[in-house]
Ligand binder design. Structure first.
Ligand code: C2E
Ligand code: MG
Ligand code: MG
Ligand code: MG
Length: 277
């Protein structure tokens, strides 16, 4: 009856709360030690030229190999790492490791390709950010032109003047910058041309909905035109089928990335795929 039910649902509710906060607490303490325990992994996904299908670049995507919970995807711990600041040392590890891996592939005789690394807002505005990027390049000896930093619209519009200043310094270093997940944020289209950017990556949600929905298809082709008219290289993310790739090619998209070609892979598997084509 009612009374009992109420009691039970209250208990259920509070237990759930406790589990959530416990989980969070254990994730957070685990995250603190994850770097020194060597629990982070980078997976790599290729990017292809739309016209020739040739590989043009690689994106590094972070995972956490948790001792009890297994492989944890970035969306489950990066927000936490941003909140508590751990994203700074973690991010430093990410671009160092990615640059090093790229150079290792070059040393094995694979063609020189660009290496893209995702940068969160807190990292981008950290006072040591430019120095950390410079250090990673210096240490790995990778050509700066081969490093591409992926930032989101939320970074662009956060503090425009400061952002432009940082972007100009990156440009001076020779590093390339992409806007990731484009179309999902709130960029001011009139201001977009003021940012020294190189690449515009159209969010996968557009690509995956453009075949069933004509209006999404029109929106996607408008985003391609916008990017190209601003002089950016336009990349479609999250391409899962040949139909999607064909449609994007018809509409002059420059490059694409997605499960249609491959999933993000650990470095050994990426090497193997590369060798066997
Ligand atoms: P993102 O940079 O937009 O990366 C694309 C995400 O889509 C990746 O998820 C990738 O595995 C997934 N993906 C690739 N192709 C397809 C496809 O064809 N279909 C679908 N449905 N998904 C596809 P992942 O690896 O879970 O990463 C999620 C997000 O986490 C990334 O989105 C990026 O924003 C963030 N992230 C990943 N690594 C790092 C990092 O090292 N630092 C920071 N700050 N953020 C990172
Ligand atoms: Mg990305
Ligand atoms: Mg994206
Ligand atoms: Mg995304």
């Amino acid at each position: 009856h009612a009374k009992e039910g109420g009691k039970n649902s209250f208990r259920f509710y509070s237990e759930k709360l406790n589990t959530d906060s416990l989980e969070r607490l254990s994730l957070e303490s685990g995250l603190r030690n994850a770097l020194e325990n060597n629990e982070f992994r980078l997976f790599y996904q290729s990017k292809q030229d739309m016209a020739t299908g040739r590989m043009t670049g690689i994106e590094a995507l972070l995972r956490w190999q948790h001792p009890d919970l297994g492989l944890i995807p970035p969306m489950q711990f990066i927000p936490l790492a941003e909140e508590n600041g751990l994203i700074i040392p973690i991010g430093r590890w990410v671009f160092k490791t990615a640059c090093r891996q790229n150079l290792a592939w070059q040393a094995q005789g694979f063609p020189k390709l660009s290496m893209a690394v995702n940068i969160s807002r807190r990292q981008f505005f950290d006072e040591d950010f430019l120095k950390d990027v410079g250090d990673a390049l210096q240490e790995s000896q990778m050509a700066p032109e081969l490093l591409e930093l992926e930032i989101t619209e939320s970074v662009l519009m956060h503090d425009m003047d400061r952002t432009i200043g940082i972007l100009k310094e990156l440009k001076q270093m020779g590093v390339r910058v992409a806007i990731d997940d484009f179309g999902t944020g709130y960029s001011s289209l009139s201001k977009l041309r003021e940012f020294p950017l190189d690449t515009l990556k159209i969010d996968g949600s557009f690509i995956q909905n453009m075949i069933p929905h004509a209006e999404i298809k029109n929106l996607t082709t408008a985003l391609i035109d916008l990017g190209r008219s601003l002089g950016f290289t336009v990349v479609a993310e999250g391409v899962e089928s040949k139909e999607q790739a064909d449609l994007l090619r018809t509409h002059s998209c420059d490059q694409f990335q997605g499960f249609y070609i491959n999933k993000p892979m650990p470095p050994e598997e990426f090497t193997l795929n590369w060798t066997t084509g």
